[in-house]
Design a protein around this ligand. Sequence first.
Ligand code: SF4
Ligand code: SF4
Length: 359
Amino acid sequence: MRYFNLFSTILITKGAHRILVSDLQRNTSELFPLEFYDLIEELKKNSIEEILEMYDQESQNIVQEYLEILLEYEYGFITENDWDRNFPALSYKYSEPNRINNLFIEIADISLLKRLKNAVEDLEIRHLVIYSKNLLTLEELISIDHIFTSSVLSGIEIISPFHKEIDQSFIQNLNDVTERIYSLIFYECPHKPFKSKDELKFSLSFVKESIKISSCGKVDMKYFNTNLPKVLEALNYNSCLHKKISIDIEGNIKNCPLMTESFGNIQNISLEEALNQPGFNKYWNLTKDSIEGCKDCEFRYICTDCRAYTERSHYTPENLDISKPLKCGYDPYTNEWKEWSKNPLKQKAIKQYELQKLK
Ligand code: SF4
Ligand code: SF4
């Protein structure tokens, strides 16, 4: 008798019509038909021979084909005889001791960052994302990095407009003297200004288009991320808002800068005080298992949620918005991707957001 043994790092997410098999060790995900799920479940309980006996010749060929796929992708291995196949299951618990993981700030100038240094320490913030509408000089970029040189912050991502002083030596200087910046995105860049030969400490992107904060929340396969900590977080908490705090351009402290609810202004209260306001973290425990549409989607643990833009169609009795993200064009019931902004069912919500912007 032969037995198939599935590795405990393989996570299977069942959707309405397909499954997604995620290899959490290799950070890859593959789509398969729903019947593949039933076979994997059978393989956990029965030998391959016992399973083959249940089917006619045609179905046996399909089972064999599926088994070859399981082996080809190295999702497990076959043993000759049964044995204690209880591999310790991978724990899906997610726990981080720090109170905040991500701080997002839209800055008008860098003075605010200096004032936030202590809060970053106290809340043990890991990642800082800075969005600027204004050009940032070399000196300003270096200062941003140096403010946090000795802090707990592990990385800084900066998104700012491109300008003509940004050339190879500008980037090289930055690379030589900065430590915390791990990602630099320059937008409104007509063409890539140079070809970088040297390895840089940070990832560097030049984007032709303008990047607006309001373009956040788009759901696309290119943003899906099969990465163990992110998947574990998505299994237990909200994949966008958990342990996030933001300061918008007017100083309003929010969970996400695009949500309407503000918990105070940075001119008057500290980040910690805002964080302690009732309701600040009301979406932190909301997983995609409770969100309309997403709960039946095979991508739900590798996809990022959005609560700032939703279809505004479903709410809990406590008034938590559990509607599907507005900017998702995927239908888990047909497995089709369509342009979300043209979906007739989303037009009412799109209009409401446009009106909100005009206020
Ligand atoms: S329905 Fe859309 S937003 Fe929801 S999990 Fe699937 S792809 Fe992501
Ligand atoms: S809630 Fe939506 S808009 Fe806000 S940060 Fe998350 S994805 Fe972006």
